[in-house]
Design a protein around this ligand. Structure first.
Ligand SMILES: Nc1ncnc2c1ncn2[C@@H]1O[C@H](COP(=O)(O)OP(=O)(O)OP(=O)(O)O)[C@@H](O)[C@H]1O
Length: 848
């Protein structure tokens, strides 16, 4: 029994031990699992925390990024807005009051926007809040009267201060305060409309708009001032009629320069109406952005401005500057139908155009010395040269004054530029009327060429010729002759031919696009023209400077009353009633001119040649082509049948050399006559050198005057084949031409030898080129008073009076010739009907 119990106990113990062991194992496993779970939880927690941190960091970075981009974009946008604002509103239209002053707009610039306050932007400095008005909008203001009236005062001051005096006309309807609200503007002569005057004012404005529309539809541009009508009322108590008129004005006014600025009177909805709400500080233009409104301008500033402006209005606008005559784009005009260019402005500041074309074709300018003719011509040429390029306009300029007024148009030592349209300029021409004649002859040739081309193309005027012959070069030609009376003065062959040519050019130039502008200070010159009705009748454009006489019709006294620097322009031959008074800009400033000319010069097309300059004070140098160069031609080289001896420069447009043909004919000798040693030596040297340049020749030099010895020796040194003789050589048989150059042959040349050479020489190709100091001495050296002068076929006279030349001249009394320095009269019996004036070349420069 006991052992059974013991066994039972042992079994129970055993089982208990097993159970306990199992329980312990389970417990241990559970604890391990718990430990692992805890570990996992820790890991997850850590990961979660890391994740949160990372997210927070990423979010911060993203936010910072967005903020940065936002700030950048905002700053960029604000910058753009600011730049746009600066372009849209400048000077007085935009400056804050403490910096404010009126600003004159540039000519032709449209009005911009006006500032009423600023708009604050996050982190960026505020941008101006701008509203349109002139040429753009009506303004309808709402809000407390004290604020809106301040805004209106500011807007008006900005509009007036950024336009020219008189450009804006103000009308104020202020029934409550009877104009008191805007009384500071009274000095400008504003129209105050009383309580009962609104209807009439609206009716008149509607009429005005109708008139404006008529003008604009007729094609003219608007020249009237802007009308700004300010309506200040607290209640909108318009009659139906007034309301209808106001609505009409609202719909149509802006296009005609009529603008409403209304407070308390609601303007009808229209695209031109901009509403400003002073209460909420918003406006249509700036949308939801709140405007920090500017305070009203200081009252003393408004008063001071209005007084100063009223003063300037009384004085009128300042005259135009030279630059105002230039168009916005250079060389954009066609001259096919004429030339139109302003020469100045009228007293209201508008530019006055002067036409040249089929009507009027030519212009006459007159005014006493110092009245501004040259200045007027400069201004006119500047306006023409900036509008019409060299293919549209060619200028020929001649100044008979003692002076160089046209020298600025041609290259000079300090300025290489020239006016590209100028083909020819003559300066210091006062002594050389022949050059005026040469220019007229050249234009006469051009007239003939054009007339023939017109005939070929069946064209009756330049516009038609240009249309028919688009490839041809047919610019309009304008020839300006200052002090033209010098050319016509004197009853001589030059004056006669000049008048004939002028008459032809004036009559036929109109249809061929050749226009003359003649200027004179001299009444007698103009009176001389009056005698030639065929000529003067063509000059229908008259420009009279102050105190000009006989330029306008006798009963037209306008020139007597205009002030300095003004001109009367009349396109109807000076008849009273057709006057336009022009204020002329100062066009004399060299620097301003040079800047303009340089711009034009840089625009010149390829192949635009320098103008030909004739300077009456310059002495031309013997061209290199007229000097022997290179190897000495040998005797077998061909000799022309009649080599030409160059004697000097012809006074013509092409500056050609004057040549004396020396063929194998009797009389082919040359006598240089006069006492001016240098010039005589130059004529002989030019002749000899040019002959030597043309082929093989032998020269025999005889010099009987010591003063000419140096020149003769220098000539020998330059001639390829020459001998020095102390007396005239005998007539020798040579295979090549032989030229005997005799210096001062009146000083003891052998009469017999001289006669033999002169008479028999030319047929044997021996020619005498001799210098005698007077005609009587020439005669003496040929045997005395009864001697014949036929062997002298050509002569060049220096300081010899015309009458003294009678024995050498086919017509009795001799040629008309009044000697002048560096000019010579050249007569070749075999080619000339009348002698021609030449300029002896400078051959060696040591005597000038
Ligand atoms: N519109 C102007 N504004 C300012 N100055 C001017 C104006 N017109 C002319 N002048 C000046 O007046 C002076 C005389 O002008 P200008 O030489 O043009 O007169 P002119 O009639 O050609 O005289 P003259 O016949 O004696 O040569 C010059 O000094 C010129 O600069």
């Amino acid at each position: 029994m006991g052992s059974h119990r013991n066994a039972l106990v042992a079994a129970v113990r055993q089982e208990l031990a097993v159970a306990r062991g199992a329980a312990r194992a389970v417990l241990a496993a559970a604890e391990t699992a718990r430990g692992e779970a805890q570990q996992r939880r820790r890991l997850v927690r850590d990961a979660y925390a890391t994740c949160l941190n990372q997210l927070a960091e990423a979010r911060d970075t993203a936010r910072r990024d967005i903020q940065r981009r936002f700030q950048y974009e905002t700053a960029k946008l604000a910058g753009n807005v600011r730049r746009l604002a600066a372009l849209s509103a400048t000077g007085a239209a935009a400056a804050p009051w403490r910096l404010w002053s009126p600003s004159e707009p540039e000519r032709g610039v449209r009005p911009g926007l006006l500032r009423i306050g600023t708009i604050a932007l996050d982190d960026a400095s505020p941008v101006p809040a701008l509203v349109p008005l002139l040429d753009a909008a009506h303004l309808d203001l709402d809000g407390p009267a004290a604020v809106t009236d301040g805004i209106i005062t500011g807007l008006l001051l900005r509009a007036l201060g950024s336009t020219r005096p008189g450009d804006v006309q103000l009308t104020v309807y202020d029934p409550e305060h009877l104009g008191g609200t805007l009384a500071a503007f009274a000095p400008l002569g504003i129209g105050f409309v009383g309580p009962g005057g609104l209807g009439a004012m609206l009716d008149e404005t509607v009429e005005h708009i109708c008139r404006m529309n008529e003008t604009v539809l007729a094609g003219s541009s608007r020249s009237e001032p802007w009308r700004v009508i300010v309506l200040l009322a607290d209640v909108d108590d318009l009659t139906p009629g007034q309301r209808a008129q106001l609505d009409r004005i609202t719909r149509t006014g802006v296009a005609c320069g009529v603008h409403l600025v209304a407070r308390g009177v609601r303007l009808t909805d229209h695209q031109t109406v901009v509403r400003i709400d002073a209460g909420s500080r918003r406006c249509d233009v700036t949308g939801d952005l709140e405007i920090s409104l500017d305070p009203p301008p200081p009252a003393d500033r408004v008063v001071a401005f209005c007084k100063a402006t009223a003063e300037r209005m009384r004085a009128g606008p300042p005259p135009a500057q030279l630059a105002d005559l230039s168009p916005a784009t250079f060389w954009a005009e066609s001259s096919a139908h004429g030339l139109i260019a302003p020469i100045g402005d009228s007293t209201d500041g508008s530019l006055i155009d002067v036409p040249l074309g089929d009507d009027p074709p030519h212009a006459l300018i007159g005014g006493p010395s110092g009245s501004g003719k040259t200045n007027l011509i400069y201004a006119w040429l500047a306006a023409l040269a900036t509008r019409y390029g060299p293919s549209e306009l060619a200028l020929y300029l001649l100044d008979f004054k003692e002076g160089v007024s046209f020298a600025r148009f041609v290259p000079g030592p300090r300025d290489p530029s020239w006016l590209p349209q100028v083909r020819l300029a003559g300066i210091n021409v006062n002594g050389d009327r022949e050059f005026g004649l040469a220019m007229l002859r050249h234009l006469g040739e051009e007239l003939r060429t054009r007339a023939q081309a017109a005939k070929r193309h069946d064209a009756s005027k330049l516009a038609e010729l240009r249309a028919e012959d688009p490839a041809g070069a047919w610019p309009r030609i304008v020839a300006v002759i200052d002090e033209f009376q010098v050319l016509l003065g004197g009853r001589d062959a030059v004056a006669d031919e000049a008048v004939t040519l002028l008459e032809d050019l004036a009559r036929r130039g109109r249809s061929q696009g050749i226009h003359l502008i003649l200027a004179s200070q001299d009444v007698s010159g103009i009176e001389a023209l009056w005698g030639r009705s065929g000529l003067v009748g063509q000059f229908t454009l008259r420009i009279a400077l102050p105190k000009a006489r006989r330029i306008l019709a006798d009963n037209n006294l306008a020139a007597a009353v205009i002030p300095r620097h003004h001109a009367v322009v009349n396109t109807e031959s000076g008849t009273a009633g057709a006057n336009l008074v022009v204020r002329l800009p100062d066009a004399g400033d060299r620097l301003v001119w040079r800047t303009l000319q340089r711009r034009l010069w840089r625009l010149r097309p390829d192949g635009c040649d320098e103008p030909r300059l004739f300077d009456g004070d310059a002495v031309p140098v013997l061209p290199a082509t007229c000097r022997p160069a290179g190897a000495i031609p040998d005797a077998s080289a061909p000799v022309g049948s009649s080599p030409g001896a160059v004697l000097g420069e012809r006074i013509d447009v092409a500056a050609r050399p004057a040549r004396l043909r020396l063929g194998r004919m009797p009389g082919r000798n040359l006598a240089v006559l006069g006492t001016r040693t240098d010039e005589a030596c130059d004529v002989l040297a030019a002749a000899a050198l040019s002959l030597a340049a043309q082929g093989p020749a032998h020269f025999s030099v005889v010099c009987l005057d010591r003063d000419a010895g140096g020149a003769a020796a220098r000539l020998i040194a330059e001639l390829p084949s020459a001998d020095w003789y102390d007396e005239l050589p005998d007539l020798a048989e040579l295979d090549i031409p032989h030229y005997v150059l005799g210096y001062a042959l009146d000083a003891g040349a052998d009469q017999g030898a001289l006669r033999r050479l002169l008479t028999d020489g030319p047929e044997q190709r021996t020619h005498v080129l001799g210098w005698w100091r007077s005609v009587s001495r020439l005669r003496d050296s040929l045997g005395g008073p009864a001697s014949r002068l036929d062997p002298i076929g050509a002569w060049v006279a220096l300081d010899v009076q015309g009458a003294d030349l009678a024995p050498l001249y086919p017509q009795p009394g001799g040629p008309a010739w009044y000697p002048r320095t560096r000019r010579a009269l050249f007569f070749d019996r075999s080619v000339h009907r009348t002698p021609e004036v030449i300029i002896p070349y400078e051959v060696n420069s040591d005597h000038t």
